[in-house]
Design a binder for this molecule. Structure first.
Ligand SMILES: C[S@@+](CC[C@H](N)C(=O)[O-])C[C@H]1O[C@@H](n2cnc3c(N)ncnc32)[C@H](O)[C@@H]1O
Length: 242
């Protein structure tokens, strides 16, 4: 897929191709990898993403969250935490009008990924001490309007461990957002069903005027993921008059 190809305007609603591909367990393929491949080949969002030039089916999650919550606007600066393979940043760059000459989107991931037009990419662990400074430096020292986090820790299959690791990433992302956002800004983060920690929810409610959970239609129903959307950042003491 050509990533620098301008994505076609994504359609609304659920994708449906009617495609049915069966995958056999052959040539050393395990039953679980055959199941994964079969699900990918038959997933209408995977097919639709490929057709429209998005790097991941995840692109539809931010498109759907944005349709519901109206977050991305031209000229805004955006930080994308856990950017690889790049669907969210492609969508963000298109919506805010980010270009190579005037980049408004910066993404970070410890995985390597191919360049995305209009996006500054940092290959780095977001939990590194110097990551926040590097992200803001990549935006020319300007505060972002939006902090997006689709970060997820590699799954172990042990639900409690996966939940705690991903919630930790979400908490660090929330702290970062509260420390860098412009007043009026917004924060989106992946969380796992099982309850956003009360403390985190209370912290977000103190700093944002509205906080909601959103399960976009493209997020698999069987998946425990959902997204926290906090809007109307109230600002920090150093940003207000008093
Ligand atoms: C679900 S994927 C993101 C998909 C992306 N939103 C898209 O549209 O293509 C989650 C990503 O978070 C990244 N990630 C997890 N922990 C991270 C960390 N501590 N620092 C940077 N990236 C991290 C993973 O490497 C993975 O690429």
């Amino acid at each position: 897929m050509a990533d620098d190809k301008k994505p076609k305007k994504p359609g609304k609603g659920r994708a449906d191709t009617g495609l049915k591909v069966r995958v056999k367990t052959a040539r050393g393929r395990t039953a679980s990898s055959a199941r994964w491949l079969e699900r990918q080949l038959n997933d209408p969002y995977v097919v639709k993403a490929r057709r429209e030039g998005w790097r991941s089916r995840a692109a539809f999650k931010i498109i759907e969250i944005d349709e519901k919550c109206h977050l991305l606007k031209p000229g805004q600066r955006v930080v994308d935490l856990g950017v690889a393979p790049g669907g969210w940043s492609q969508v963000a760059a298109k919506k805010v009008g980010s270009t190579a000459a005037n980049p408004l989107v910066v993404g970070i991931d410890y995985l390597e990924l191919d360049p995305i037009p209009g996006v500054v990419l940092l290959q780095k662990d977001f939990l590194d001490e110097d990551a926040p400074d590097q992200l803001i430096a990549a935006l020319g020292g300007e505060a972002p309007d939006l902090v997006l986090s689709d970060m997820a820790a590699p799954t172990t299959g042990h639900h409690k461990t996966d939940y705690l690791r991903t919630m930790h990433l979400c908490e660090v992302a929330a702290d970062f957002a509260i420390n860098v956002l412009k007043p009026g800004g917004a924060f989106v983060a992946k969380v796992f069903r099982g309850g956003t920690e009360n403390e985190l929810l209370a912290q977000l409610k103190r700093h944002f005027s509205t906080v909601v959970h959103v399960k976009p239609p493209s997020s698999r129903q069987e998946s425990v993921e959902l997204y926290l959307v906090a809007r109307g950042f109230k600002g920090r003491a150093d940003q207000t008059e008093d």
